[in-house]
Design a protein around this ligand. Structure first.
Ligand code: HEM
Length: 180
């Protein structure tokens, strides 16, 4: 897990990187590194453990909710729009390495990324038809609305709130067949 050694370095890269999408990729990778040896807790099942509002505060200023935390703050995330310009091409690439995205999912990617933060719209209904377990709401605490673009904070919190929620561990039989 090479990524695990990056968090502190990632903070430096994140701060100095002018490339926004690189920032969000590193952020998600560092968060996804699950275990930050000696620096942070295991995030593998953090999905649903806290409210979106807690994550908004925690990412902005961790010590505002966990006074003893050594985690750096990411106050720029809710002010930065998510770069979704090549999301369908990324999904196409992931499809080639076995991620089961359908052609329909790839064709609707640009719409779906906005639909995920636009609850109660017909686009959100179409998104849920494609991704029944998707969480749909404005995650970053800002007002939802027609064609409001997602922020980087929406992406990070949407990701955190999914971690560990797709597997029903009460039913999971570790001795059973490998389901992959
Ligand atoms: C985008 C990057 C990051 C995300 C999304 C993130 C997310 C989180 C989350 C969700 C928690 C609460 C976990 C729980 O209570 O179960 C947490 C805690 C923590 N994280 Fe991070 N983290 C990030 C980067 C870092 C980095 C770079 C460090 C260290 C250098 C760090 C250190 C910690 C520590 C010490 C805690 C426990 C104290 C606290 O709750 O604040 N985190 N992090």
């Amino acid at each position: 897990m090479v990524i695990t050694r990056w968090p502190r370095k990632a903070c430096t890269i994140i701060r100095s990187s002018g490339d926004r999408s690189a920032r969000v990729r590193i952020l998600l990778a560092s968060a996804a590194s699950i275990r930050m040896p000696g620096t942070g807790p295991d995030l593998a099942r953090v999905g649903g453990k806290y409210s979106d509002a807690w994550h908004v505060e925690h990412m902005r200023d961790p010590r505002s909710v966990v006074p003893a935390s050594i985690m750096p703050g990411y106050p720029f995330l809710d002010q930065t729009l998510l770069d979704t310009s090549n999301i369908s091409r990324r999904m196409k690439t992931l499809q080639t390495i076995g991620v089961p995205y359908t052609e329909e999912m790839i064709a609707n990617a640009d719409k779906d990324v906005v639909a995920q933060i636009s609850p109660d719209t017909k686009e959100a209904k179409a998104l849920l038809a494609r991704y029944p377990k998707a969480q749909v709401r404005k995650f970053d605490g800002q007002a939802a609305g027609e064609n409001v673009p997602p922020t980087e904070l929406d992406a990070v919190i949407a990701y955190l709130q999914m971690l560990g929620t797709l597997v029903d561990f009460t039913k999971f039989d570790a001795s059973g067949p490998n389901l992959r």
